[in-house]
Design a protein around this ligand. Sequence first.
Ligand SMILES: [Zn+2]
Length: 155
Amino acid sequence: MDSDVKVFHIVFRDQKENPDGHEVNYSFTVHRSDAAEMRSFSLDFDTTCAAPSSWSFGFSYEKVPETGKISCSVTLSRKDSGEHILDVFALVTFLDVNGRVARSSESVCSGRIAAGDVKEGCISDNDAADLINQRLAVRISINISNCHRSIIRVL
Ligand SMILES: [Zn+2]
């Protein structure tokens, strides 16, 4: 693996159950620096309900100050072998040190997903000079639905 790839320090994680699905949130900080930067991580999580599912979530972040470019790629893999089709999307938001949104949220990996499938998404900002010069928190919110609610409705 590339030795420039650093591992993120995850500062916050929580998981909640909504009436129609599950929401898993990760948040971590990206330091201000003039150097090019590339970081990545991958994490596993499960949802537990009438239609449980298992996931592996991968994220990588690349910053190139010379070009003012930030790009993020997200990979969401469904690891269980359930028969049910789920709906999923991931929201990526950049926040400033005061917790204010520094760049509007963008949805990636959205759509229906069967067991064993993988969804990949990418966010690329070619004019991120204002973001690059500040310390940021990145928040990723993974939303999974069409599991317990649909089963309750069918029954
Ligand atoms: Zn559920």
